[in-house]
Design a protein around this ligand. Structure first.
Ligand code: THG
Length: 651
């Protein structure tokens, strides 16, 4: 499938003036030409249809109400978009034949107006407002006859998510949808403007209701090879590549695009024939001559069949992290949690966002692949605002994807709307029947997130493996059959209770959790599993607690655990836990003797006591210099932590 070439640079060549644009102050507003001088737009469309392209794009790239407002044309947004689509529609129909249908892609471009910094004063527009703006533009394009929507040249993945959300809301309202082709622009280093790499882009977009994923603008095709190869190897959706005719050279104040038709067609033919790219076309600087060669080359070859290797992943605004790590598990740092850390609670109350960021960074330095973020404070009633702030701060400050941990719907929604990646929502359950899943799963779906499902139902926390599976099965069926989620989007938490009480009722709870993990994985193919590992040792402290957590984690991974919520600095590899310590911990975990808890406490008691309380340790770490923290990490035998800190120290 071949899309057309450049609209903007083609119009520039015509050197139109105030007469054609309708007024001196509108010179340069190409979107307005569809009303003031449609012959120019028609000419460009015809020039590409003549050389055989399959799809023409409407002249509406900057046609959102927000961009048109810069020309004083906000109130004409609907008219301009509808007219532009109708114009392209008429021409596409004129050129269409039974063996060569022609299509119209309604073009949506960026506004760049989302706050992509943690500074709320830069917040010009919210996610929902932006979604509404694009819904309006998309509605007019569809009304004018567009066959599909192309969202292109996107530089901020959060803005792209807002566009897709807006289109989704529109489709629900209309009761019908058209395909969405979502395209981002990468620099020569393969990243979007704010640092998002191609794997993060794919992970984020593939979980959203889009139909084609691709790249356009930015550079010429030669710089796109690696990201295009990545998409071709991993994307289950069709891939589009619509490059500029090279990186423009500035010749006497004029942008000159250097790639010649033959060279460009050669590169694109390679993408199709060797990599299996489904859609090509031209962006800035591409002329009918370029497209003529591209059509010729591409129609003469057969596209390579792709066998994409899909990797279910979370993503931050920078990179993707596979949900299935090798070696497992994916470590979710637990400390950025107002409920689980006094240090973080204090920082949140003081609105010390940098302090919270520092805790997050330490978790990542200590080995966390993702961060659980919980800002629920009984002292404050503004969890949604607080999570927005913290998510923004962490989104810019750490590369690890976020797990949004909240029981408040509004907080989950705000967290997702502020996040430029693919988050994991923590969590849903059936404690009050279907209410929570009905509130949260639509948000998960709209934002393309993944979701933790706790094995809790109306009867409470499931205690046996059998009940854990039954609850998981119920949530799985609701999520997949009613809310359009895929099994891979679900992360089941088989939940364990603490073994520290010694109560008869709970002595088998670790065994049941391990068994539950295995049963869930076996019965529900494709789903993932998670566990709050520290729960098993709640009430214990110090060295013994870390041993119990580490040994339990090892067995959970053996049972099929994919993700573990832990303090990564305290996890020790099983192989490094001495045999006698393992044995005492395993006796407790596997409920091997009535006095297993007493023995555990007797064995670790004094060693635990000699350790600082955990909270104090965290406090101490927060006040340390980089050098002191390196020393601390060495003491705790965290090689990764030492390396990360060394980088910091040498900066
Ligand atoms: N499953 C899911 N999500 C969860 C949990 C779970 N989220 C919360 C919790 N459990 C996991 N997070 C933590 C965070 C901190 C601690 C334990 C689990 C912790 N805190 C110290 C304590 O209580 O001793 C407090 C130390 C301090 O104050 O600094 O251990 O199971 N899906």
């Amino acid at each position: 499938m071949v899309f057309d070439g450049a609209m903007g640079t083609s119009l520039q060549r015509l050197e139109l003036g105030a007469t054609q644009y309708g007024a001196a102050h509108l010179v340069g507003c190409n979107e307005y030409l569809v009303l003031s001088y449609p012959a120019a737009i028609e000419g460009v469309h015809r020039s590409f249809l003549e050389v055989g392209v399959d799809v023409v794009e409407t002249c509406t790239f900057q046609g959102s109400r927000l961009k048109l407002a810069e020309w004083g044309l906000a109130d004409q947004a609907a008219t301009i978009n509808r007219t532009a689509a109708a114009l392209a529609r008429g021409l596409a129909d004129e050129y269409a034949t039974p063996d060569h249908p022609r299509f119209v892609a309604g073009s949506l471009g960026p506004t760049g107006m989302l706050p992509s910094s943690s500074d709320p004063t830069l917040s010009e527009i919210t996610f929902d407002e932006l979604a509404e703006v694009y819904a309006e533009q998309a509605a007019a394009l569809i009304a004018g006859g567009a066959d599909l929507l192309i969202v292109e040249t996107m530089q901020d993945i959060l803005e792209l998510k807002a566009v897709i959300a807006g289109c989704g809301r529109l489709f629900r309202q209309l009761g019908q949808r058209v395909p969405i082709q979502a395209q981002v622009t990468l620099d020569t280093g393969g990243r979007m403007l704010l640092g998002t790499d191609i794997a993060a882009t794919l992970a984020t977009l593939e979980a959203l209701p889009v139909d084609v994923i691709g790249l356009n603008c930015g550079t010429g095709p030669e710089h796109m090879r690696e990201p295009v190869r990545y998409l071709a190897e991993h994307s289950r959706l069709p891939v589009s590549v619509i490059p500029n005719a090279g990186i423009p050279l500035n010749e006497g104040g004029v942008a000159v695009y250097p790639a010649q038709p033959e060279a460009m067609a050669e590169e694109l033919a390679g993408f199709v024939g060797e990599l299996g790219v489904e859609i090509v076309g031209g962006c800035c600087g591409t002329t009918p001559a370029h497209l003529a060669r591209i059509v010729e080359r591409v129609s003469a070859l057969s596209r390579r069949r792709r066998e994409p290797d899909h990797v279910p992943s979370l993503s931050s605004g920078v990179r993707a992290v596979a949900l299935r790590q090798d070696p497992a598990p994916l470590l979710v740092g637990e400390r950025v949690n107002a409920q689980g850390s006094r240090v973080v609670k204090r920082k949140l109350l003081a609105e010390d966002w940098d302090g919270v960021l520092q805790v997050g960074r330490e978790q990542v330095d200590g080995g966390a692949h993702a961060l659980d973020v919980c800002v629920a404070l009984t002292e404050r009633a503004d969890e949604p605002q607080m999570i927005r702030q913290v998510v923004r701060t962490l989104a810019m400050g750490v590369e690890a994807p976020l797990v949004i941990d909240s029981t408040e719907y509004r907080a989950v929604e705000e967290g997702l709307a502020a996040y430029p990646g693919r988050a994991l929502v923590n969590s849903v359950n059936l404690e009050s029947g279907r209410e929570r899943v009905e509130r949260v799963l639509p948000m998960v779906r709209e934002h393309g997130a993944a979701v933790v499902a706790l094995t809790i139902d109306e009867q409470g926390m499931a205690k046996t493996a059998e009940r854990k599976l039954a609850v998981a099965q119920r949530i799985h069926d609701i999520a997949c059959q009613e809310f359009g989620l895929r099994p891979e989007d679900l992360v089941f938490d088989a939940l364990t209770f603490t073994l520290a009480t010694g109560e008869q009722e709970f002595r088998n709870s670790a065994v049941e959790a391990l068994e539950g993990i295995g049963r869930i994985k076996a019965a529900l193919p494709g789903v993932h599993t998670i566990l709050g590992v520290s729960n098993v040792s709640f009430g214990l402290s110090g060295y013994g607690r870390a041993v119990l957590n580490s040994v339990f984690l090892y067995h959970a991974v053996q049972a099929g655990l994919d993700l573990a919520i832990v303090n990564p600095a305290h996890v020790r590899p099983y192989a490094e836990v001495p045999a006698d310590e393992r044995q005492v911990a395993e006796a407790l975990i596997f409920n091997r003797a009535d006095d297993a808890l007493a023995r555990f406490i007797a064995f670790f008691g004094d060693r635990g006591a000699s350790e600082q309380a955990e909270g104090e340790q965290e406090d101490a770490l927060a006040g340390m210099t980089v050098e002191e923290r390196i020393h601390y990490q060495i003491l705790h035998r965290r090689k990764d932590g030492v390396e990360a800190l060394l980088d910091q120290a040498l900066e």
